[in-house]
Every structure is written in structure tokens, then in C-alpha cells.
Design a protein around this ligand. Structure first.
Ligand SMILES: Cc1cc2nc3c(=O)[nH]c(=O)nc-3n(C[C@H](O)[C@H](O)[C@H](O)COP(=O)(O)O)c2cc1C
Length: 326
């Protein structure tokens, strides 16, 4: 598919996920078939200072392309400056977050709070699009409350501002993650605007991806929580869309191999202790469904080093007679 002047080989997008879609996780998602990954959201205001923590969030590997860097912010001038600076880090897309429901972000009028102030949102969108030659995309929810949908109006102002694609997660800000994403809104948006629409929300299985594409006509699908728990979902969806067949889950050995690879990449980027602490939640997700997994997870929640992770997993395999490569 094409977004602005960028060709993307595939239609499976990894969602921006704060605390998760860091370089190591994105590399795994790409290996497993994601067509493009987004960074976690980065503050446009913080780009003024380019502190180490911010720079680290922009960091990506050469083999990660195409990659989207996501920004949030509520000040058009800061957004203009941020997109100019971001260009130096050579992403393929800059995405603007206008859907994040988290209090810390909306309190500063960023994320979903822009769904309540469409004229400010329009200024920010124009400021971003006018200050970079990269495609700028925007990610929104359907409205602040379920009674005040703004996604169609938003789609139109985005298109007018020169935005190259819109991602819609059709829940309101007030809904958080409750209820169900209303995919009929993705279809309405697709019929309303002529730039690409990326559908997002509640894709859990390969069949869900097929259903979203068929029922909405959206140009691509974006996957968040399901990928966080199982990045292999991209391969499963890819095969299902191309060949109509469901491939089995990875085996326990394969899951352990990629869990260890994720841990190594994370520890390389941070350090042994910090990387290990960051890995605990991923390890809990990756070992879900393992026989006797509760005991294993209990131990994994206490590990403090790569050796600790590896010992724990190898002990588990040995006790269960499972052979691994790692
Ligand atoms: C842990 C977590 C972190 C998230 N961080 C971001 C973020 O940084 N930027 C953003 O636009 N959305 C963020 N989201 C929302 C997701 O990108 C996505 O829109 C949402 O999870 C719905 O898709 P899903 O049903 O496939 O999970 C986050 C969601 C979760 C669960």
C-alpha cells in the first residue's frame, strides 16, 4: 500500500504501544511479518530539549524500515519544530497521536483531548504537514464521548491539512478499552475521505483481520494488544489473508527462543538489570498457556539478570523434557 510517497510492502501495522513498541519488540514484530511498526508516543514538547530519554525513544535499527515515529502534543509551534527535528532521525512516517486517553497526556491537552478542540487539532495537523516532506499520519479515537463522534469531521480536516492517512480506533476516549470497537465507523470514515484509512481495535485472531478488511474496506489493519501478547500474530494473519489457512501457534521451544532473543535485544539496548526488569511483563505474556506456567511466571517475576531469565526457562524445559536451541 502507499501512504503519501511511501510504499509499504503489506497491510499489517504494529500499533504504537507506550512501554512496549521499543526497538527490540519492533524487531521481533518485523521478523514475524509486521509491514511497519510505530514507536511509542514521544512528546513533541520534549523534542525541544532532545534529552537522552527522548533520543533513546527515537532510536531505531537500519533493518527496521519502514518505521513510524509517533508524536503527541498540543502546541502547533512545538509540533512544527518537533517534526523538523524528527526528520534528522530518518523515520519513514511521522504519526500524530490524537487518541491517547491517558490522563497524563490529556491533562496537557494532548492525545484524545484534541478530539474536543478540532480547530486546535487542525492547526497542529497543518503545522506538522507543512514542516516536513515525510508523510504525516494521524491516529484518533471516534470522539471524546460516545455521544459526540468527531471522526468524520476529523478525517476531513486531516485530509485538508495534508495528512497522508488516518488510523481510527473506534472507541470514545471515555470508553477506555471497555465495550467493543465499532468497526462500522471505520467503514464510514473510509467512505468519507480519500486518503488511506487504517482500521484498529479488537483484532485478536487472523479471522478478525479478514473481517475488518472485508466489512470496512479499510486499507490496512493495525494491531496492538494481541501483538503485545503474541507478536507471531502477524505471520498468522499474513498466511490467513494470503492462503486462507490457519497456521498453528509457535511451539513452547520456539516461544522460549524468541523470548530469549527479545531479552538479549532489550538488555543490549538498556543494561542487564533494567532490561531484565523491562522484560518481566513480556515473559509473563509469552509463557501464558505453558503447562505449569503459573509457577514458571512466579519465578520469572523475580529474575534480575539475563542469566536469571535463561536459567529459569532452561530449568523449566529440562523439567518438562523440552529441547531448546538457546
Ligand atoms: C499498553 C498500551 C500502550 C499504548 N500506547 C499507545 C501509544 O503510545 N500511542 C497510541 O496512539 N496508542 C497507544 N495505545 C493504543 C493502541 O495503539 C491501540 O490503538 C489500542 O490498543 C487498540 O488496538 P488493539 O485492540 O489492537 O489493542 C496503547 C495501548 C496499550 C494497550
Amino acid at each position: 500500500m502507499r501512504i503519501g510517497n511511501l510504499n509499504i510492502d503489506g497491510i499489517l501495522f504494529l500499533a504504537p504501544l507506550a512501554g512496549i513498541s521499543k526497538r527490540p519488540f519492533r524487531l521481533l514484530a518485523r521478523q514475524f511479518g509486521a509491514s511497519i511498526c510505530y514507536t511509542e508516543m514521544i512528546s513533541a514538547d520534549a523534542m525541544k530539549y532532545e534529552q537522552d530519554k527522548t533520543i533513546r525513544m527515537l532510536d531505531h535499527a537500519p533493518d527496521e524500515h519502514p518505521i513510524g515515529i509517533q508524536l503527541f502534543g498540543s502546541c502547533p509551534e512545538n509540533m512544527a519544530l518537533a517534526v523538523r527535528r524528527i526528520q534528522e532521525y530518518k523515520p519513514d512516517i511521522i504519526d500524530l497521536n490524537m487518541g491517547c486517553p491517558v490522563r497524563k497526556v490529556v491533562r496537557k491537552n494532548g492525545g484524545a483531548s484534541l478530539l474536543k478542540d478540532i480547530s486546535l487539532a487542525a492547526e497542529i495537523l497543518s503545522a506538522a504537514a507543512e514542516n516536513t516532506s515525510l508523510p504525516v499520519t494521524v491516529k484518533i479515537r471516534s470522539g471524546w464521548t460516545s455521544e459526540e463522534d468527531v471522526y468524520l469531521e476529523f478525517g476531513n480536516i486531516a485530509e485538508k491539512a495534508g495528512i497522508a492517512a488516518v488510523t481510527l480506533h473506534p472507541r470514545s476516549r471515555m470508553q477506555g478499552f471497555s465495550g467493543k470497537a465499532d468497526w462500522s465507523k471505520i467503514k464510514e470514515l473510509k467512505n468519507e475521505i480519500s486518503i488511506p484509512v487504517i482500521g484498529n481495535g479488537d483484532i485478536i485472531t487472523p479471522q478478525d483481520a479478514r473481517d475488518m478488511l472485508d466489512s470496512t474496506g479499510c486499507d490496512a489493519v493495525m494491531i496492538g494488544r494481541a501483538a503485545m501478547k503474541d507478536p507471531y500474530i502477524f505471520r498468522k494473519i499474513e498466511v490467513y489473508l494470503n492462503e486462507g489457512r490457519l497456521i498453528p501457534d509457535l511451539t513452547i521451544e520456539e516461544k522460549i527462543d524468541f523470548a530469549l532473543e527479545h531479552a538479549r535485544l532489550t538488555i543490549d539496548q538498556y543494561n542487564d538489570r533494567v532490561g531484565t526488569l523491562m522484560m518481566r511483563k513480556h515473559l509473563a505474556w509469552y509463557t501464558k498457556g505453558f503447562p505449569g506456567g503459573a509457577g514458571l511466571r512466579n519465578q520469572l517475576m523475580k529474575v534480575e539478570s539475563y542469566v536469571g531469565i535463561s536459567d529459569c526457562l532452561m530449568r523449566y524445559c529440562k523439567n518438562r523434557g523440552i529441547a531448546t536451541d538457546s
